[in-house]
Write a protein that binds this ligand. Structure first.
Ligand SMILES: [Fe+2]
Length: 177
């Protein structure tokens, strides 16, 4: 399965630190196991239930958010290098994992993806950060997961978390119009 997952999301390979890369893949792999989702399920899983019948998958969304995040990060590094610093690997890992909690937020009912009981009780930034915390990831990565979406609004965030939070909204709001 890891190989299929890497084919599905080649952005994992952009993480330079092999340990962080492996841990990031492992979180996805174990989350798939916990949610009993196959790679094929993931391909058909919508990125949101808030846009009715969207055909944009969670994988497409995660890849787009990751690429937007790294490009924003690179522009900031290029233009503001005297004013800020950021860690590209942390940014990539956090972006790739920001929505992993959606694997627990959804369930399948009559062939449709609907909100699970867990999803009603714990939104994906919370369940995703809690799940990922079992894998000895840097706290900066857990912070990105926990502080994306509205959970992070108004909260103090690292530069990497600000980027993923906004990249996520850009990728959501643009498709909602
Ligand atoms: Fe997202």
């Amino acid at each position: 399965m890891p190989k299929k997952l890497l084919t599905l999301m080649p952005e994992f390979q952009m993480i330079q630190d092999p340990e962080l890369r492996d841990k990031t893949v492992q979180v996805w792999r174990k989350a798939m196991e916990k949610g009993s989702w196959s790679v094929e399920d993931l391909e058909g899983m919508p990125f949101t239930l808030l846009i009715e019948n969207t055909s944009v998958s969670l994988i497409q969304h995660t890849r787009a958010v990751t690429l937007c995040s790294i490009r924003i990060g690179d522009v900031l590094l290029e233009k503001y290098k005297d004013y800020l610093s950021l860690n590209r690997d942390i940014l990539l890992s956090g972006a790739l994992l920001h929505d992993v909690g959606k694997l627990f937020e959804y369930k399948r009912e009559d062939g449709n993806f609907v909100k699970s009981r867990e999803g009603e009780l714990l939104r994906h930034p919370i369940s995703g950060a809690a799940f990922a915390s079992q894998f000895d990831l840097p706290e900066e990565v857990l912070h990105i997961i926990a502080a994306h979406s509205k959970e992070g609004d108004g909260a103090r965030k690292t530069v990497e978390a600000v980027i993923v939070n906004h990249a996520d909204f850009v990728n959501f709001e643009s498709l909602k119009i």
